[in-house]
Design a protein around this ligand. Structure first.
Ligand code: NAP
Length: 481
């Protein structure tokens, strides 16, 4: 089979150049595609094209912009199976997970397409007679959207759709490890007839393109999802120019397991949140904080459940966990497993790379649990972003909350309990932006705000109605009649 080359998309044209490979992490013999290595000049041209196109796009009425987003959703839906398979091949997650994510991207385009007919502003009574006062929303201008590899279609979708419906023009910079899914959305935007220059796509190394993006004259905002290191760098650069910026970054998310929980469902929820998608969800559970009185029983059941998880190529039926996304992430996982060994002793399960047969072609790691991790260990404080779970003992609920909050991050958290008062104490006391109760810590929907607190996030939330806060501004009008 010949290998397809995917070009960048600038000012409505497909633009080629030198290429880089995107390989399947479950089978590194397979090249998923060749992507064009964007240059800083390409990035500058893309922002300029967006700057040229934006005013006309903003002047198109909201329902008309919405109709184009509905078209994008329809085009993606027609390719539903293909997009799911491509995502599994480029990122490694299992086919059902990939298809679920494609469904989410389609829903996001429909949700924000509908927003084109709402776009609520504000209308309030004036203190003055015969004065009509109201506020309308207006777009910001050109937005740079920088996305990670772990949700390669959902995250680009949840940035692109609200940015576009608000009347902005955009430049998408996808993760080099998984650019194909975002490219497919851009292709759908092209096919749907979104005017040239409104959507631009520049793949290539973030290290090469980042400075050109953040320095481009017409850029007004950056929405970034990825590591704290890059997010903080972008924030410093953006602040020099007072660009609007939104950052969604790392996490070290806890699940608190109390003695009064529904035991079997708590075991399932922790196993799911820690290991599904290979632990590569920003909302994954990486610390299970278990009340002392059920600690031994819970850990034994969790280890048994973990041993049953099937690791392999996500295209195959019955597989629960795919590979790490690339060699770098594989090495990070193995490095933290060694750190865990030194800090907490032998893992209770897992603790090694999987080898032999087809495993040798990919970046597979056995799901790994370390027991009796204590709060100052690196394994309890630093993000791994892989299938490595630290289990920690808590004396009681108050101790569990203290341990859970003793961390610089604050993305998501979960509690497993049947106690209503503790549930509410957790809801009000937990320092995280996304909370679940008797559910896995991961698995969010698009209709409500998404984002964290503390070092995990900065700026307005993404998704749901909150997304419009970042991608639009208010204009306030006082009118005497
Ligand atoms: P990353 O290395 O920070 O990369 C994210 C994006 O930034 C990629 O497109 C990357 O391009 C780009 N980039 C790299 N250097 C850049 C620079 N100097 N200027 C501008 N862009 C630059 O993160 P990742 O490894 O892809 O993703 C994993 C991280 O994302 C984890 O920490 C995870 O917790 C976090 N994450 C957070 C959320 C959330 O909602 N909070 C969601 C998902 C993931 P290249 O790929 O070309 O390097």
């Amino acid at each position: 089979m010949s290998i397809q080359t995917f070009k960048n998309y600038i000012n409505g044209e497909w633009v080629g150049g030198d290429t880089f490979e995107n390989r399947n992490p479950a089978n590194t013999d397979e090249v998923v595609g060749l992507f064009t290595k964007g240059t800083p000049a390409d990035m500058t041209a893309a922002v300029e094209a967006a700057g040229e196109a934006q005013a006309k796009w903003a002047a198109t009425n909201g329902p008309a912009r919405g109709a184009l987003l509905f078209k994008v959703a329809d085009i993606l839906e027609k390719k539903f199976d293909q997009l799911g398979e491509e995502m599994t091949r480029e990122e490694g997650k299992t086919l059902p997970e990939a298809k679920g994510e494609v469904r989410r991207a389609i829903n996001i385009f429909r949700y924000f397409g509908g927003e084109g007919s709402r776009m609520p502003g504000m209308l309030v009574p004036s203190e003055r007679d015969r004065v009509h006062m109201f506020a309308i929303r207006k777009p910001i201008g050109v937005c740079g959207l920088v996305t990670p590899w772990n949700f390669p279609i959902a995250i680009p979708a949840w940035k692109m759709a609200p940015a576009l419906i608000a009347g902005n023009a955009i430049v998408v910079k996808p993760a080099s490890a998984a650019p194909l899914s975002a490219w497919r959305i851009v292709e759908a935007c092209h096919e749907a007839g979104i005017p040239k220059g409104v959507v631009n796509f520049v793949a290539g190394s973030g290290g090469t393109l980042g400075n050109a993006l953040v320095s481009a004259k017409q850029l007004k905002a950056i929405s970034f999802t990825g590591s704290c290191e890059i997010g903080n760098w972008l924030h410093a650069k953006a602040s020099e120019r007072r660009l609007r910026i939104q950052l969604e970054m790392g996490g070290k998310n806890p699940t608190i397991v109390l003695a009064d929980c529904d035991f079997n469902s708590a075991v399932e929820n922790v196993a799911n949140a820690a290991f599904f998608s290979t632990g590569q969800k920003c909302t994954a559970t990486s610390r299970a904080i278990v009340e002392d009185s059920i600690y031994d029983k819970f850990v034994a059941a969790l280890v048994e459940r973990t041993k049953k998880l099937r690791v392999g190529n996500g295209m195959l039926p019955g597989i629960d966990i795919g590979p790490a996304v690339d060699e770098g992430q594989l090495e990070t996982n193995l490095k933290y497993i060694e750190i865990g060994r030194q800090e907490a002793g032998e893992p209770l399960v897992g603790g090694h790379r999987l080898t032999g047969g087809d495993y040798d072609k990919g970046y597979f790691v056995a799901p790994t649990i370390f027991g009796d991790v204590t709060e100052n260990m690196r394994l309890a404080q630093e993000e791994v972003f892989g299938p490595v779970l630290a289990v920690m003992r808590a004396k009681d609920f108050a101790d569990a909350m203290r341990i859970a909050n003793n961390i610089p991050f604050g993305l998501s958290a979960s509690i497993q309990t049947s106690n209503l008062s503790r549930t509410f104490e957790y809801i009000y006391g937990m320092e995280a932006g996304l909370l679940t109760v008797n559910l896995p810590s991961a698995g969010v929907e698009y209709q409500l705000p998404f984002g964290g607190t503390k070092d995990s996030s900065f700026g307005p939330k993404e998704q749901g109605p909150a997304a419009m806060e970042f991608y639009s501004d208010y204009k306030t009008i006082y009118l005497k009649y």
